[in-house]
Design a protein around this ligand. Sequence first.
Ligand code: HEC
Length: 145
Amino acid sequence: MKKVLLTLLLVMLFQNNSPANHHFPISRDSKAAVEQGKILYNQNCASCHQVNLSGAKGWNMKLDEDGQRLAPPLNGTAHTWHHPDSMLHNVIKYGYTKTIKDYKGKMLGFGDKLTDQNIDHILAYIKSTWNDEIYQRQMQISTPN
Ligand code: HEC
């Protein structure tokens, strides 16, 4: 009996720890979330992805001075909207350091600076720049089934 309870407890702990995935998809409906996200975006992301989310100039044509990729647009003109929220959330939280071995690029995680909620507000802001069609399609692929 004790063992069962312990197992149950562990399972519950584990679920609570899993990367906040219960709240996807993230909508852009809350004005407050979008505005908060914009502030956080400008503080943490605009230096590379640009204030207007257009990405670094020439991002898909050249590498930076260290031979690393430049920041892509997040405004819906590149790939970003092809990814579900769970993945975007993780890229912002952990960068590519968790998914790419010996990653030397510039997209490092913000997990030590931003809470999960901060990250979701930034995503709401990013989505507020997308046109309706890609927004709806991305919401669909982000909906857990
Ligand atoms: C130091 C520069 C830099 C900063 C600051 C930065 N990024 Fe990035 N970001 C990049 C680069 C470079 C890539 C492409 C990574 C690669 O291919 O190595 C990227 C990739 C991404 C991607 C994946 C895009 C896609 O289309 O797959 C997302 C999403 C993203 N960044 C969001 C953010 C957010 C949100 C912030 C702020 C919290 C941020 N980034 C801050 C440089 C940066």
